[in-house]
Design a binder for this molecule. Structure first.
Ligand SMILES: Nc1ncnc2c1ncn2[C@@H]1O[C@H](COP(=O)(O)OP(=O)(O)OP(=O)(O)O)[C@@H](O)[C@H]1O
Ligand SMILES: [Mg+2]
Length: 368
């Protein structure tokens, strides 16, 4: 039987639909038991994932041996292109789908053996917003708290605090349909926090947001982590987001982790500078022209030009330009940069992830 819950505005919601896409279906008794038992924190990883696999019934191998761990108080990023397996991994960790193999422990409990215990201790913000646009911000939050069985005397002040925390106090009584995208996403995050979780999962929290809203969300997340010592696992397409926000990250591609570490350690793996040469599309002969040049570490096609990784960019640029022009290839523009997460991704996957689309707002590179 489907469990229905009625909002203050009189809408009925199947719990499985409105509240995190099946997140709490039929688990209420176990959740209450767990609340009564209380929480025991132990100094362990917030998330431990070992050799996780998932093959969907249509035969798609979405996750293919993923392992990583996230410590308490850490913001950890899963970074990867469309279809890499990020959401599937997250859905396994939040107990919405079963893994085909491997193991995952979240907040001290195995996700397969103790899903209700896991759900009690986590918040989950899905890739697609779960808020009801015909309810107000306060009603959405209150309903979510009720679904999570937060006692009403605790819930009321907590809702006020969360609204204030995500900067929505002024809009608390307005219908969500009048909210901007950034406001909705902030409400989503507040809803993920209503049970004061130990581990927060955010599936693409900032995709589609304008740069200002994204910056506000970054600040919110850092505050959450700092004030609550919570572990946060987020997925993202935005390299600059992972760079700015994540203590550690794993780059995931075709269902496997291709590399993992702190943003700075990952960048330090990549030697030299990146020189970007705009050749107005005349890229065919360029790699050959540069191949035997001293100190060239890597040559990668880059749209209408090429990227060249060299030991010392400033010293190498004159020789690069002269070689190309000698081969009859005009250089229209040259830029130089220190290794970025783009370069890390390229190095490990052989693909240039911004080739098929930088973020539409021009804020850094997106993998999409
Ligand atoms: N319910 C499903 N049934 C069958 N295949 C699925 C299902 N969900 C996802 N897939 C497939 O599994 C692979 C991984 O998908 P997933 O949604 O985990 O990727 P993602 O990294 O989150 O991508 P995006 O960045 O687009 O959100 C893709 O090939 C996808 O088409
Ligand atoms: Mg996804």
């Amino acid at each position: 039987m489907t469990t229905l819950i009625t909002s203050a505005r009189g809408h009925t919601h199947p719990v499985w639909k409105s509240y995190r896409h099946g997140f709490f279906t039929g688990e209420s008794a176990t959740i209450i038991d767990a609340v009564q038992i209380g929480r025991e924190r132990t100094p362990m990883d917030a998330i431990t994932v070992e050799n996780l696999t998932k093959t969907y019934s249509n035969g798609v191998r979405a996750v293919d041996g993923v392992s990583f761990n996230v410590r308490q108080g850490e913001i950890f990023g899963l970074l990867g292109p469309n279809g890499a397996g990020k959401s599937t991994t997250v859905r396994i960790l939040v107990t919405l789908t079963h893994a085909s193999g491997g193991s995952a422990v979240v907040a001290g409990y195995d996700v397969r053996d103790h899903p209700a215990e896991v759900r009690l201790r986590i918040g989950y913000v899905a890739q697609n917003s779960g808020v009801d646009k015909y309810d107000t911000g306060r009603e959405n939050l209150t309903l979510q708290g009720q679904v999570m069985r937060v006692p009403s005397d605790v819930l009321r002040p907590r809702v006020d605090r969360l609204l204030e925390w995500v900067g929505l106090s002024h809009a608390a009584e307005k219908l969500v349909e009048t909210y901007s995208g950034g406001m909705r996403r902030r409400l989503d995050i507040a809803m993920g926090l209503v049970n004061e979780p130990d581990v927060l999962f955010l599936d693409e929290p900032t995709t589609g947001l304008d740069p200002e809203s994204r910056a506000i969300l970054w600040k919110d997340l850092e505050r959450i982590r700092n004030e609550r010592n919570m572990a946060v696992l987020l997925t993202t397409h935005y390299l600059e987001e992972a760079d700015a926000l994540c203590d550690r990250l794993a780059i995931i591609d075709h269902g496997t982790v291709v590399t993992e570490g702190t943003p700075s350690a990952l960048k330090a793996e990549i030697r030299g500078d990146t020189v970007t040469l705009d050749l107005n599309g005349r890229t065919d002969q360029a790699p050959e022209a540069l191949r035997d040049l001293e100190n060239v570490l890597e040559i990668i096609p880059n749209g209408a030009g090429i990227l060249v990784r060299v030991e010392n960019g400033a010293a190498a640029i004159p020789a690069l330009v002269s070689r190309l022009e000698h081969a009859g290839i005009a250089v229209h523009e040259v830029t130089m940069s220190r290794p970025s997460l783009d370069d890390v991704y390229l190095h490990h996957t052989g693909q240039h992830f911004s080739a098929d689309g930088a973020s539409s707002d021009g804020e850094g590179s997106a993998i999409r």
